[in-house]
Design a protein around this ligand. Structure first.
Ligand code: ATP
Ligand code: MG
Length: 565
């Protein structure tokens, strides 16, 4: 599934060594294990690309497993969105859709095995007491007073926990490992807690829920996963996962950790993304400013550009921040080859061609995609009154301003050369209402027989034929390069960018764009790549999201060090 030729990396080195040693009978079986407590984001695309990519490269398999051990935070809506996003990205789990919650019975049976071996015990300490007695990096923990309960008593109590005889929080099941281990996670960690919470799949069947640390490794084992790839923060959990698997003597996947993706000017914490949605700071999980897959889809990103990005950022053992400009360059590069060109004027200024016959309309040939001759040409109407961008005209231009100004000649893309002869102003406020120009009939198509070459080429639309459209422009959601790095007492929401969304209501586009359909992508000449928004558009009244600008404006901003201003 990976679009790039696989490059060797430390994960592939481990797999190659395992294959060479004949481990797992030559199988490679990975999994993608989302918790259904939020929408997938660009970080998950990296994980998907690694897991599905490895499976494809080694003729192996990749499972989709929902790691749903936390009933309070999980919802069926998230399961649906996660599946939709993975499919849209082009990864295929075939029929291997699994849920940790389907393994609750098996996990419970495993826990009884550990109790039977004297490797787990029922503890009556409260959650706070467990934490308080865990010790610190320099101080060993204190053993629970319940640590030496007999196997029979533990089994009896554990079964009664499951039967609902005890109140929430009054008991837990803990692994019996070592309260002096330098790794705090091995100091008799909790495996089960009592919690009367409704589970979105299991309903009220269970009042006893496994912790993530107890569930995860066993779920991988049950599915016969060979390489369990997770992010770096789980490195310290690995000895615990190994301990559980070794105690049970079941299939032992190899856990391999890699660095998560961090993206500049972006937060990828699901908790914070959920807060943005809940507090209506953004307009839902798929608000085009969000880093979620559904938002990037609305914004105009393609599955292949996201997969390509995920492949190019590679895998590493050290956390680092990838520049957002890099993600943007991936989609820009693709859309340059595939997006048909069109003309739209965001902030229209009327131009009247005083020597152009009234009532006349010409259909001018415009190239659909200079990068792709097979895309052909389209005909765009031209007439006496046009719109150009307001900022393509200045009455009193500074030196080196080559766009339209009095006495100056410019080229209208695929049309004619025009020269400004004067302006008409609003007598009230002095604002320029229209610009008067003459056109040179000998320059039809945008070429002059005498090889004159104006320094500027402007896009335009014919006023009479123009389609009014709404355009949404975006900046980054956060102003800081690393919005997770906060000063003392600083709230992460303080770095939200107040200009992240600009709605441009009165834009005018060439007529064919009125019929653009949700998901259609275009390059608006000189303005960037745009995609028709699905939720906001109405038939005949498309709303265009700017996917990305034409050039990397961020690169310049970053270079000049102004990004945090
Ligand atoms: P939570 O804090 O809710 O656990 P999470 O970001 O770990 O959030 P999961 O749903 O557990 O979300 O993630 C599914 C998989 O995606 C995991 O294997 C996780 O390691 C991986 N993943 C999550 N975020 C990133 C990221 N930023 N970069 C790479 N992989 C990620
Ligand atoms: Mg997680």
């Amino acid at each position: 599934m990976s679009d790039e030729k696989p490059k060797d990396n430390f994960i592939r080195d481990i797999i190659n060594a395992d294959l060479a040693a004949g481990k797992n009978g030559g199988r490679v079986h990975t999994r993608f294990p989302p918790e259904p407590n939020g929408y997938l984001h660009i970080g998950h695309v990296k994980s998907l690309n690694i897991n599905f990519g490895l499976a494809a490269d080694y003729q192996g398999l990749c499972n989709l497993r929902f790691d749903d051990t936390n009933p309070e935070k999980e919802e069926i809506e998230y399961v649906g969105s996660i599946k939709e996003d993975i499919r849209w990205l082009g990864y295929d789990w075939q029929d291997r859709e699994y849920y940790a919650s389907d393994y609750y019975e098996q996990l419970y049976a495993f826990a009884e095995i550990l109790i039977g071996k004297g490797a787990a015990f029922v503890c009556d300490l409260s959650a706070d007491e467990v934490t308080a007695t865990r010790g610190t990096l320099t101080k060993p923990g204190q053993p629970s007073p319940y640590r030496n309960r007999s196997i029979e008593e533990n089994l009896d109590l554990f079964r009664r926990m499951k039967a609902g005889e005890f109140s929430d929080g009054s008991k837990s099941l803990r692994a019996k490992i070592d309260m002096t281990d330098p790794n705090l996670l091995l100091r008799d960690p909790v495996m089960y807690r009592l919690r009367r919470a409704h589970h979105y799949r299991r309903g009220d069947t269970w009042c006893l829920y496994p912790t993530y640390d107890w569930a995860h490794g066993q779920c991988d084992s049950i599915e016969g996963i060979t390489h369990s790839i997770c992010s770096l923060e789980f490195e310290v959990h690995r000895p615990l996962y190994d301990w559980f698997l070794d105690q049970l003597g079941i299939h032992h996947p190899q856990q391999i950790e890699f660095a998560r993706l961090y993206l500049s000017h972006t937060l990828l914490s699901k908790r914070k993304l959920l807060a943005l949605v809940k507090e209506k700071i953004v307009d839902g999980w798929d608000d085009p400013r969000m880093p979620t897959v559904s938002a990037l889809r609305r914004r105009g990103y393609t599955p292949s550009s996201l997969r390509r990005f995920a492949g190019l950022v590679g895998v590493a053992k050290v956390n680092s921040i990838v520049d957002l400009a890099f993600l943007e360059s991936c989609v820009r590069e693709e859309l340059n080859k595939t997006a048909p060109r069109a003309m739209a004027v965001l902030r229209p200024l009327k131009v009247v061609l005083t020597n152009y016959p009234e009532g006349r309309t010409e259909e001018l040939d415009c190239v659909n995609n200079p990068e792709d001759p097979s895309a052909g040409i389209r005909r765009v109407p031209f007439s006496r009154v046009l719109y150009i961008e307001r900022d393509d005209f200045l009455e009193n231009p500074p030196k080196k301003y080559f766009r339209l100004s009095p006495g100056h000649e410019v080229r209208l893309r695929y049309a004619y050369f025009i020269t400004c002869t004067g302006v008409v102003k609003d007598p009230g406020n002095g604002e320029i209402m229209e610009v008067h120009c003459t056109y040179d009939p000998a320059t039809r198509g945008g070429d002059s027989p005498d090889k004159r070459s104006p320094k500027s080429t402007l896009h335009w639309v014919s006023a009479e034929h123009a389609a009014p459209v709404e355009v949404h422009l975006y900046e980054t959601l956060f102003t800081k390069r690393d919005p997770s790095e906060l000063e003392e007492g600083e709230d992460w929401k303080a770095n939200l960018n107040p200009r992240s969304l600009e709605i441009v209501p009165g834009a005018m586009a060439e007529p064919s764009l009125a019929a653009a359909r949700p998901g259609d992508r275009f390059q608006f000449e000189r303005l960037g790549y745009f995609c028709v928004d699905a939720p906001c558009s109405r038939p005949g009244a498309p709303v265009f999201n700017r996917t990305v600008t034409l050039r990397d404006s961020w690169a310049n901003i970053i270079k000049s060090g102004k990004e945090n201003q």
